[in-house]
Design a protein around this ligand. Structure first.
Ligand code: CMP
Length: 137
């Protein structure tokens, strides 16, 4: 069954000029329903990652995610949530499999190039965070 998920190309990868290669890898497997480039405010980054509030890495994560432009995409395909997470690879690029986005493009656990929703419920919330219903075909 077709699913949608949210993909973010994070500030490290956008600043390093890796976005084009990442988008090409994504487009190879999935339909890109919508795409935007923007810079989050601190409040928006804090709200987006609210599920991690209180964790030791939260403040650094918020700081990093509003430090520069990001590219957000709504992706669609059969089983896209799990399949996109497989394409991204492990959160820590040192543990990511060969060929995954994080293995190829990430610098470290905290500057790890890409984000993807982890479940249907979070995908619905995260897609709606960046794309109002009227923007989605
Ligand atoms: P992401 O998939 O965007 O979801 C939360 C992010 O927190 C994660 O990718 C990492 O970039 C970041 N992060 C930083 N430190 C940690 C950690 N110790 N454990 C999990 N995530 C971390």
């Amino acid at each position: 069954m077709k699913q949608r998920t949210l993909s973010i190309i994070k500030p490290d990868a956008v600043a390093a000029g890796k976005a084009g290669k990442i988008i090409a890898d994504i487009e190879n497997e999935f339909h890109i329903v919508a795409m935007r480039k923007l810079q989050l405010t601190r409040a928006q980054a804090a709200a987006f990652y609210a599920v991690h509030a209180g964790k030791p890495f939260y403040d650094g994560l918020v700081e990093f995610m509003c430090s520069g432009p990001i590219i957000v995409m709504c992706l669609e395909a059969d089983d896209v949530i799990a399949r996109y997470r497989k394409l991204m690879g492990a959160t820590n690029p040192e543990k990511a499999e060969e060929g995954t986005l994080r293995k190829k493009y990430a610098e470290s656990m905290s500057r790890n190039a890409v984000h993807g929703s982890d479940a249907p419920e979070t995908a619905a919330v995260e897609v709606a965070f960046f794309f109002p219903g009227c923007d989605l075909l």
